[in-house]
Design a protein around this ligand. Structure first.
Ligand SMILES: Cc1ncc(COP(=O)(O)O)c(C=O)c1O
Length: 307
């Protein structure tokens, strides 16, 4: 069968990480970095834009505008190129310049927004809010479609009907545990919904940077961390707390350690949120909350080449 470029989004392989974790239990991970935009966010980008075209909010040739840490922007740039829309991205200047280069390479106009209280490589909630304000303003001024990923329900559905169901199909049945770090929360919530629908006992853990764990109900004491794209110190607007059984915290040092291990022991050069997820999956297996031979699923959110 001949595919279209948009068909490259979704149906990623589920990889067993048996060298990095050789038991007891098993860690399996969706290889989301294989998407054309290089991250898990391609799924939300495709779902939101296709839904908006379907119901007429996005008309042919209309500009698309979004605030991004880079990954949603790369996904949107891919989908916009493929559907014929100009794309304007606003991004905090604290995110890695490699992301801006990739979006520009895909034809996007990138507007860098100065940081409020973060620093290069460490982007805070206030930095993200400033970039979101800029996106909403540009969309208004230029008559564009504002994607608003933090409030778009299609992002969650994409993971429920896509990523979550794919995990169940690829494993041939339910999974014991699910862990994912949280940006908009679309990945965590959508997959948790699908996995809990198949097996209500599936233990679902949100991954949070230590010191920036509002989902665990803790005050934010360390807004800066190395896990770009997640852990903004905010509860996302459409967060469904009923889907989270627990929160697992990871330190910058742990994330850096697992980032290196994934590269040198599995040949997977992925980003920091992927490393945070795998670190948390190992913690969940070691916690004693699951049976000894449990399988924990997670996502390898993006490629490490964007950092
Ligand atoms: C690198 C990275 N990992 C994980 C995520 C989290 O995905 P979600 O927004 O679905 O929570 C993002 C979101 O932008 C990201 O950029």
């Amino acid at each position: 069968m001949i595919a279209t470029p948009l068909d490259l989004i979704g149906c990623t392989p589920l990889v067993a990480l048996d060298r990095i974790h050789d038991g007891p239990g098993r860690i399996v991970a969706k290889a989301e970095f294989l998407h054309p935009g290089g991250s898990v966010k391609d799924r939300a980008a495709k779902a939101i834009l296709l839904a908006a075209r379907q119901d007429g909010r996005l008309t042919p040739g209309m500009p698309v505008v979004e605030m991004t840490s880079g990954n949603m922007g790369a996904g949107l740039a891919v989908v916009c190129a493929s559907l014929g829309h100009p794309f304007i991205a606003t991004m905090s200047a604290g995110n890695s310049p490699a992301r801006a280069r990739m979006m520009e390479g895909l034809g996007a106009r990138v507007v860098l927004v100065g940081q409020v209280d973060g620093s290069p490589g460490q982007v805070t909630g206030a930095d993200v809010a400033a970039a979101a304000d800029a996106a909403a303003r540009i969309a208004r001024d230029e008559g564009g479609f504002y994607v608003d990923q933090f409030n778009a329900a299609e992002g969650i559905t994409a993971h429920e009907t896509g990523t979550g169901r794919e995990i169940l199909e690829q494993l041939g049945g339910p999974v014991d545990g699910w862990v994912a770090s949280v940006g908009t929360g679309c990945t965590f919530m959508g997959v948790a919904r699908a996995l809990k629908a198949a097996a209500p006992a599936t233990l679902c853990a949100a991954v949070e940077p230590q010191g920036s764990a509002p989902l665990a109900g803790k005050p934010v004491t360390k807004a800066r961390h190395i896990v770009q794209g997640v852990g903004y110190g905010l509860v996302p607007p459409h967060w469904d707390a009923a889907l989270m059984d627990l929160s697992l915290e990871v330190t910058d040092a742990e994330v850096a350690h697992w980032h290196h291990r994934l590269a040198v022991r599995e040949g997977l050069y992925v980003g920091y949120s992927a490393a945070a997820n795998v670190c948390a999956a190992a913690k969940l297996l070691a916690s004693g909350r699951l049976r000894a031979d449990a399988t924990v699923a997670t996502v390898l959110c993006d490629t490490g080449l964007k950092y």
